[in-house]
Ligand binder design. Sequence first.
Ligand code: NAD
Ligand code: APR
Length: 238
Amino acid sequence: QQDQIKQLAEWISNSSSTIVLTGAGMSTESGIPDFRSRSGWWNKIDPRTVATVDALENYYDLFHEFYSYRIKSLEKYSPHEGHEILAGWESKGLLDCVATQNVDGFHQIAGNKKVYELHGTITTVRCHSCNRPSQLNDFLNKENCKHCKGKLRPNVVLFGENLPEKSWMSSLNHIRNADLTIVIGTSLEVYPVNQLPTMTSGKKVFINLDISGPTKFDLTIKGKAKETLQLVHSVLNQ
Ligand code: NAD
Ligand code: APR
């Protein structure tokens, strides 16, 4: 694995356009469970029952309980050194942007400026009927929209909803032209984000605990996000 770390550090140094694509595995070392590992959310709750428009419209109590729990639990956790390393790489010009499926806002908190949230965020809410931005506390207190009395919801992409057009197109354009795409902590099971790594002509690296999934990567490092980023970072700083 040491050679793989050196290889990735070399590719990062020589790349003139690098993008990082992250998933839930980027935040598990901050304490937030991922979705599909044994300890993942979806093993306890069927995603189709809570992260869907149907749940929002027809089972609001369950939908509200799931998301208000996740929003409140965010207060307990914070980005780890792996997030901070990615922010440092952006400020040093080693990384152009981060595209993430995560909704915790940790890349921005750690200091990354160019972050594309492909699945939205649970840090802000809006009215599901009139789309007006609303107060997070109004959602947590299960209040209705102040303007039209509609249901409030986080700005997360629910199963079946379209991804935010701007985030999707920006990520797609960056990946298409990237010399180097580094995919970290995602099972790549969810469409259409799982198509992004197939759309680049540059080098592709996969850093993940479970590497049984996707194959077409130039370099596959079986490891934890934070630990692996720390190893690469120390080689870059030699
Ligand atoms: P799905 O099959 O219902 O959704 C397919 C997704 O692909 C939809 O978002 C759809 O808009 C999009 N899509 C379809 N064709 C496309 C195309 N040609 N180009 C671009 N986009 C296209 O269910 P799924 O694939 O299992 O999950 C889809 C969405 O649900 C994902 O965006 C996922 O992030 C979201 N989700 C979010 C959470 C959360 O808590 N953040 C939880 C569960 C699911
Ligand atoms: N370091 C590296 N990889 C990790 C770590 C870690 N510390 N912890 C977990 N992983 C790996 C797991 O092995 C798994 O392959 O990260 C991956 C997490 O995959 P998922 O749980 O499927 O999360 P993700 O890929 O982000 O899910 C995509 O599905 O439900 C929707 O919208 C939700 O954005 C989510 C999307």
